[in-house]
Design a protein around this ligand. Sequence first.
Ligand code: DX5
Ligand code: ZN
Length: 221
Amino acid sequence: MNSHSLIAPSILSANFARLGEEVNSVINAGADWIHFDVMDNHYVPNLTVGPMVCKSLRDDGIKDFIDVHLMITPVNDLAKSFAKAGADLISFHPEAVDDVDQTIGIIQESGCKVGIAINPDTSLSVLENIITDIDLVLLMSVYPGFGGQEFIEDTIEKIADAKKLIDQQDHPIFLEVDGGINNETISRVSQAGANVFVAGSAIFGSSDYEKTIQGFRQKIT
Ligand code: DX5
Ligand code: ZN
């Protein structure tokens, strides 16, 4: 296994009535990051949770890396609130903001790492002028909004292209893939060059989180 590969369970498929326990369970099962999906019934049709829930996890003693994925518009004020609530990294969709550079600056000033989320129909060219300023590229391998969708196979080529672009930079950038990651798709995603693997339903829908995460690690090259 590549020692720099990270598994990031998405809380979207967790049991929200027992969220703290669920987060502790996946961390104890070997997860690296907690992927925190934020939906607003506006940028995407679904509605999830906001900064208060992130703060509750922190207040409850969760110290692990919280990777916030904002599927919302507007972004700036809530990004600041998530930073205050204990987020470590905040990703946003460039289509959801008026000024991408400004939002990157706001997230950086608030002390968080920055990610850019790229939808299946969005070209990597959105990264052209900003790649030097960001810490993570989040490639969506499903249309954002819901867990449990099927992996879009065209993403594999996009991962390889994003990896090439990242390798040309002078600073480290995580390459995260989100949507439809499971025992069957994770090998190809890894081979194409991703190093952060988001999985919601495949982990939280399994009966043994540790076995599932270990199984993933064995398939990461
Ligand atoms: C989709 C979310 C994903 C989602 C992944 O909009 O961004 O993080 O929870 O879920 P699975 O792993 O079930 O495809
Ligand atoms: Zn996500």
